[in-house]
Design a protein around this ligand. Structure first.
Ligand SMILES: *Cc1c(COP(=O)(O)O)cnc(C)c1O
Length: 382
């Protein structure tokens, strides 16, 4: 028997893997010490858990442990990276560059910096969601200090070519920040070769708990800029980048979920891709259905479709839990879809497959969504 409703909103958040929960529980029970309490065994045990998790997080992105600073999630990492780099480099210039399809945690941060006297350029992507390298290059000015471009888009799943963008940034002395919240466990990230200075990470899109993330800060700057200055002042934790007592249980959970991602990605991704494609095959021939985002440069788990002439509310889909865009902007029209210039009057559906979806669930959801969409279009045509 299928358990309904079926969760197909894994880009909003993922369930916590049971192995992750098991890795967290000791630090909510007997091993409750403060990792900064080095003088006794309680603190030392917690510190060891934090060190292990730091290695696991660094390993997934091929970074050094000294380059990982814990935060509360990708929203905070984006704020810390962008504000931190903007203020650290204020003497070199005040121009920041980003893209209209970024997450609100990037867009609202640069908009706020604009009110503080920074100048910003927000580039539009092409209609497939990808940034044109030549437009990006042209937008860089002599006073540009930072560019912020996401690796995987959370609504349409397209993968930006951050290697190429980073090369241009490097040549022009611009720091590159990359929001990789949707990328961990979905594609290989190699910071030893990627020309990226700052990268935002989070646990809860990769089967870990909510409320924990990290910021990668490249140790040896490859451009003249200072990396970042801390935005949260206090005990000087995380080398002064982010004060606050470390949340040992959350950190242990993030380490474990990144460890699993690294170990299982190569078998998990083909399975999820097959399930996503099965869904798409069931829906693609319906009149008025179109796929949003580039067909090639995309992750395996995200399907974003527009259905024209359909007045359906997604809350009517009681048996299958999907979303129209990102969870953070629920209820508003998607700024990502708007930036692509596609039919914005269409009903948008973001269907995202995850580790725990079964083939039976996919088949049920495919048939269910097909019936709902065709029913809605017949009604509209009548
Ligand atoms: C979810 C998400 C965020 C926000 O991450 P939190 O850890 O929930 O703060 C930022 N950027 C992208 C691309 C996301 O998908």
């Amino acid at each position: 028997m299928l358990k309904l409703p079926i969760y197909l909103d894994n880009a909003a958040t993922t369930p916590v893997d049971p192995r992750v929960l098991d890795a967290m529980l000791p630090y909510l029970k007997g091993e409750f010490g403060n990792p900064a309490s080095g003088s006794h065994v309680f603190g030392q045990t917690a510190a060891r858990a934090v060190a292990r998790a730091r290695e696991q997080v660094a390993a997934l992105v091929n970074a050094d442990v000294t380059e990982i600073a814990w935060t509360s999630g990708a929203t905070e990492s984006n704020n810390l990276a962008i504000k931190g780099a903007a203020y650290a480099n204020i003497k070199r210039g005040k121009h920041l560059l980003t893209v209209a399809t970024e997450h609100k945690a990037v867009l609202d941060t640069v908009q706020w910096l604009k009110t503080q006297g920074f100048e910003i350029t927000v580039l539009n992507p092409e209609s497939n969601g990808l940034i044109s390298l030549s437009k990006f290059t042209e937008a860089i000015r002599d006073d540009t200090v930072l560019a912020s471009v996401m690796l995987v888009n959370n609504e349409i799943g397209v993968i930006q070519d951050v290697a190429a963008l980073g090369k241009v940034c490097h040549e022009r002395g611009v720091l590159l920040h990359v929001d990789a919240a949707q990328a961990t466990g979905k594609l290989t990230i190699d910071l030893a070769t990627l020309p990226v200075n700052l990268m935002s990470l989070t646990a809860h899109k990769t089967y870990g708990p909510k409320g924990i993330g990290a910021l990668y800060v490249r140790r040896a700057p490859d451009v003249p800029g200072a990396p970042i200055i801390g935005q949260m002042h206090g005990g000087g934790h995380e080398r002064g980048l982010r004060s606050g007592t470390l949340a040992t249980h959350q950190i242990a959970g993030m380490g474990e979920c990144f460890r699993i991602a690294q170990a299982e990605m190569s078998i998990e991704i083909p399975r999820i891709r097959a399930q996503r494609d099965r869904l798409w095959r069931a829906l693609c021939d319906i009149n008025g259905v179109q796929l949003n985002g580039d067909l090639e440069a995309r992750v395996a788990n995200i399907l974003n479709i527009g259905v024209s002439d359909c007045d359906m509310q997604l809350s009517q889909l009681t048996e299958v839990s999907i979303s129209s865009a990102s969870a953070c902007t629920a209820g508003q029209a998607s700024h990502v879809i708007a930036a692509l210039g596609v039919d914005a009057a269409a009903t948008m559906m973001r269907i995202t497959v995850g580790r725990f979806n079964t083939n039976a669930e996919i088949d049920f959801a495919a048939q269910y969504l097909r019936e709902k969409i065709t029913g809605c279009r017949t009604r509209m045509a009548a």
